[in-house]
Design a protein around this ligand. Structure first.
Ligand SMILES: Nc1ncnc2c1ncn2[C@@H]1O[C@H](COP(=O)(O)OP(=O)(O)O)[C@@H](O)[C@H]1O
Ligand SMILES: [Mg+2]
Length: 340
């Protein structure tokens, strides 16, 4: 395999596919990550091989995350083995269930209590990890790290002219309602010390770091999490924000193209996101489970998550507009939640 890695990526993919032969179940490719996933069977167990060519920064971090989690005593979970190399990195996991995610379960209309149980179990796994690794950090430092990241992403986003009205506009009309543009919404909170204090935890730890509902796997009443993001320690609200981004912001639906978007004018849009049927009730469940304060903190993170991902998706214009509009709506919800 390492030898093949010096050839073209399609030759390498073909080599892995050929090697697996009739053990191969399917290949999963998500459009916004550079890795490829092979599902295959060996004996009675099904496995997932996630592999990426080149420096594979994301997958190398993911692998480091598993090693770090093991170092703090977390059970091995699905992790079997992995290897990071300069030309090729891979990760081998046991397959969990039939690969269905919480997004998939919600699409089938499962009850909110059932979906909520999976969210609670996923959040509990994250909390265990956090408890074992947490350390106090001044609010200014925690927020400063986030703010520098957002400011950088905003600057990158500005290089895409079609995004300018949504980023810098005083007003963006969404579904007939005039709302504040993204940068103003962001600065509105980030420049107010009292708001920053209210919305930022003075504590960081090791968490999954990408706990959206497409990374939460469900099998009956059992839950697992995949696709952790290795990197700096983070506040727990970061992942609670990922949950809110999925359940309220329709992140998964946007990623699968399940939305309709109409541009009425440069700063006026209509958007309808096909939220999975289970999510309306789950959103209410999540809000209650979080409580007012944690919900506000999570909303602030969710809005930032939408903002942060714009430059990386920018070549897919409609998708990026949908993400930006959902970000604007999340900031509006935050304003409403803060106004009480
Ligand atoms: N260990 C696993 N067991 C079952 N399904 C998995 C497993 N790992 C990944 N998957 C399936 O593949 C999808 C993409 O995997 P993920 O690691 O999230 O990759 P990506 O980086 O492309 O988001 C998941 O949403 C899930 O459906
Ligand atoms: Mg994923």
């Amino acid at each position: 395999m390492l030898h093949q890695a010096s050839g073209s990526s399609s030759a390498t993919e073909q080599a892995i596919t050929d090697y697996l032969g009739d053990r191969l179940i399917s290949i999963i490719r998500s459009h916004n990550t550079p890795s490829t996933i092979w599902r295959f069977r060996a004996g009675k167990q099904a496995y997932v091989l996630k592999a990426e060519l080149g420096s594979a920064t994301t997958l190398q971090r993911e692998l480091r995350w598993y090693l770090r989690a093991a170092a703090v005593g977390l059970p091995r979970g699905l992790f079997v083995l992995g290897q990071a190399g300069s030309a090729f990195t891979f990760l081998l996991l046991r397959q969990f269930g039939d690969t269905a995610t919480l997004d998939d379960a919600a699409l089938t209309g499962r009850a909110a209590g059932d979906l909520g149980g999976h969210l609670r179990r996923a959040a509990a796994m994250n909390a265990t990890l956090f408890r074992r690794t947490r350390r106090g950090v001044p609010v200014e430092v925690v927020h400063g790290v986030a703010a520098r990241r957002i400011d950088k992403r905003v600057a990158e986003g500005m290089s895409h002219p079609y995004l300018l009205p949504l980023l810098t506009g005083r007003t963006v009309t969404v579904n007939g309602i005039p709302l504040q543009g993204l940068v103003r919404s962001w600065r509105d909170v980030a420049d107010r010390e009292s708001a920053v204090r209210l919305l930022t935890q003075a504590e960081v730890g090791l968490i999954f770091g990408d706990l959206h509902c497409g990374n939460i796997l469900v099998d009956g009443i059992e839950t697992e999490i995949v696709d952790p993001r290795g990197g700096p320690l983070l506040p727990m609200a970061y992942d609670l924000g990922k949950l809110v981004q999925s359940v309220e912001g329709g992140y998964g639906a946007i990623m699968t193209g399940s939305y309709r978007l109409r541009c009425v004018a440069e700063d006026e849009y209509e958007i309808e996101i096909d939220m999975p049927p289970g999510y309306a009730a789950l959103a209410a469940w999540l809000r209650q489970w979080l409580g007012d304060h944690r919900y506000q903190q999570a909303l602030y993170q969710a809005a930032q998550h939408f903002l942060a991902m714009l430059p990386h998706h920018a070549s897919a214009r409609r998708e990026t507009l949908a993400l930006a509009l959902s970000g604007i709506l999340q900031f509006q919800r935050l304003r409403e939640a803060l106004a009480g």
